[in-house]
Design a protein around this ligand. Structure first.
Ligand code: PGA
Length: 252
């Protein structure tokens, strides 16, 4: 059976108020009702997770980050167990905005391992800069392969013994938040390459690979109707429930 497409709304540090977050969650949840072939996940900021959870009947929850520590003197961190307490099922790890704040592959690997140890599904974000892409697909593939191999070290071939899904979000840096999406054809080249890496390093057969970076209702069809692309990680548009709803309709 083919896996459902996965649409993840990454709210980032938005919206500003709880009231807005509740409204966004309510509308997104309503738009996700009766969608048979799609799994809809939203990633609100940590303080809104509890309230969004109350609204979430048809959507699942993701966290935007996770600590690799269990508990203790780690100011500002949130542990996998805390997230599980809130019914969070997915965690985004290695988003380009966190990498830009200095998060490296080693830390990302620890977070992926900790999340999986607790049974959380990981959404590992990877993607090359514009300078690398300009050098050609060879350079872009090499870069992305390194990010995946380092990020999933110890997880390969189910070595960690955990069963949670490892989703990869391919997000070329130059497309994230810029309004300039990759072309579906070029994204497919990278996504097929990523699948070939996952096939050789993971034992699980159900790893989905998403596209992310300036997905809009206007360009979404090109990505989502392509059989190789298993869904999308959507930032800016996930804050606009009408536009986000239009994207969901393409799949519904
Ligand atoms: P964007 O963000 O859709 O606003 O480009 C994507 C992301 O940050 O994952």
């Amino acid at each position: 059976m083919e896996a459902k497409k996965l649409i993840v709304g990454n709210w980032k540090m938005n919206p500003a108020t709880l009231k807005e977050a509740e409204e966004l969650a309510r509308r997104t949840d309503a738009d996700s009702k009766r969608l048979k072939n799609v799994e809809v996940v939203v990633a609100p900021p940590f303080p809104f997770l509890t309230d969004v959870r109350r609204m979430a009947k048809n959507i699942k929850l993701a966290a935007q980050d996770v600590s690799w520590e269990e508990q203790g003197a780690f100011t500002g961190e949130v542990s996998p167990t805390m997230l599980l307490n809130l019914n969070v099922e997915y965690v985004i790890v290695g988003h380009s905005e966190r990498r830009a704040m200095g998060e490296g592959d080693e830390v990302i690997n620890k977070k992926c391992s900790a999340a999986r140890r607790h049974g959380l599904n990981v959404i590992l974000c990877v993607g090359e800069s514009i300078d690398i892409r300009r050098k050609g697909f060879g350079a872009a593939k090499k870069f992305v392969e390194k990010q995946i191999l380092e990020g999933l070290k110890g997880i390969e071939k189910g070595k960690d013994g955990n069963e949670g899904e490892v989703v990869i979000a391919y997000e070329p840096l130059w497309a994230v938040g810029t309004g300039t999406a990759d072309s579906p054809d070029d994204a497919v080249i990278m996504i097929c390459f990523i699948k070939s890496i996952l096939d050789s390093i993971l034992r699980t057969s159900h790893s989905r690979v998403l596209y992310g970076g300036s997905v809009t209702p206007e360009n979404a069809r090109g990505f989502l109707e392509n059989g190789e692309i298993d869904g999308a990680l959507i930032g800016r548009i996930s804050l606009k429930f009408e536009a986000f709803g239009k994207i969901l309709k393409i799949l519904g």
